[in-house]
Design a protein around this ligand. Structure first.
Ligand SMILES: O=c1ccc(O)c[nH]1
Length: 351
């Protein structure tokens, strides 16, 4: 459904308030050719209404000749900021960057965050943004999950479909995505609502079964038949199944990059306002599929880069796959059981 400017401005004001935007601060809205015009106009209006100095930095798109998809999360690494000293300087001088273009997994993003600049990514359609406007409850729940994950030594994921994957932990930080940037130097993504980390480099072993109905991103399709993925010492060694398996294999092989097969982030979904079924209602290019990444109780895993967590892998190939009906256990204690989150969290409790 379409969203009124008024409702989207109100949503932006909620997010900017949760992000502790103060009057007189500098906000730079980062845009490119795929930026949604209503998201842009309402973001600038909301920030100005809150007394910020608002800039817009519009950059030409890149990677068209290399990417096989127009999804902004499909081809990573180089961005319109790469090598653009003047643009990077402007963002480093800003208190808050509203990224309506997608910098995620880019070296430039870390350079800018290191100066204390906050970056909030927001590229989903306006109605998705409004449906999942973040809340303090989202932060409470994601932070609670992060505390469960911190310090653990192994994430063990199993399912009736046949998934049995052991991910030793400890080398990488836990990352919380709750949809707003309330600390200097923080990055987040609106909409979201999940917790993630990276397994220790080259130590993941086991099998991932992408069952019928599980979602493949950036393909933005539901697997029609099971895909069986074998992981040895942190890298995918086998992808078996029918046409879906062939399509996934062909796509990953097209990057001609061994790093594309590396385990990337792992975690679970905590957003009750995100739905597994939403993707079926959208044209493929109308969304980047954040409902799929955030729906409550998924096990979200990823192949490809780990620079987001401080690693050295910056492969352009980035695959995100949320699985249903998994049990996720941390040092033997389940936090998700058969696709149900076990945190007993009740929204609105002022715990
Ligand atoms: O918000 C995001 C989006 C994609 C991803 O791989 C991680 N977090």
């Amino acid at each position: 459904m379409a969203v009124s400017d008024h409702d989207l401005i109100s949503a932006w004001k909620e997010v900017l308030t949760l992000s502790k935007l103060e009057s007189g601060q500098i906000v730079t809205v980062l845009t490119s050719s795929s930026t949604h015009p209503q998201t842009l106009s309402t973001a600038m209006t909301a920030a100005a209404l809150m007394g910020a100095t608002v800039n817009r930095l519009d950059l030409p798109p890149v990677n068209a000749e290399k990417a096989l998809s127009r999804d902004s999360l499909a081809y990573l690494g180089t961005t319109p900021l790469t090598g653009n000293r003047a643009a990077i300087a402007a963002l480093k001088e800003s208190d808050l960057v509203l990224d309506l273009m997608t910098l995620l997994f880019s070296p430039e993003q870390h350079e800018i965050l290191a100066t204390g600049t906050k970056i909030l990514l927001a590229v989903e359609p306006p109605e998705v943004l409004v449906r999942m406007v973040p809340s303090a409850d989202d932060r409470r729940r994601v932070s609670q999950a992060a505390r469960l994950l911190e310090g653990k030594r192994e994430m063990h994921i199993t399912s009736d479909a046949g998934t049995d994957l052991r991910c030793p932990l400890g080398e990488f930080p836990v990352i919380q995505e709750y949809g707003f940037v309330d600390q200097p130097g923080r990055w987040d993504h609106w909409p979201s609502g999940f917790v993630l980390t990276w397994p220790n480099e080259r130590q993941t072993n086991g099998t991932l079964v992408i069952d019928r109905g599980d979602i493949l991103l950036p393909m933005k399709c539901y697997a029609q038949e099971a895909i069986v993925v074998t992981v040895k010492n942190g890298f995918v060694t086998d992808i078996e199944g029918g046409l879906d398996a062939e399509l996934l294999s062909d796509y990953m092989a097209s990057f001609k990059d061994p790093e594309a097969y590396a385990m990337s982030h792992i975690g679970w979904g905590l957003q009750p306002r995100a739905q597994w079924s939403t993707l079926a209602m959208y044209d493929r290019e109308a969304t980047i599929g954040m409902d799929a990444r955030a729906y409550e109780g998924n096990f979200l895993f990823s192949f490809g880069p780990n620079n987001e967590a401080g690693g050295s892998r910056t492969t352009a190939c980035h695959i995100d796959i949320p699985l249903r009906r998994c049990t996720v256990a941390l040092d033997g204690t389940p936090v998700v059981k058969d696709g149900k989150v076990l945190d007993g969290f009740v929204y609105g409790n002022s715990q």
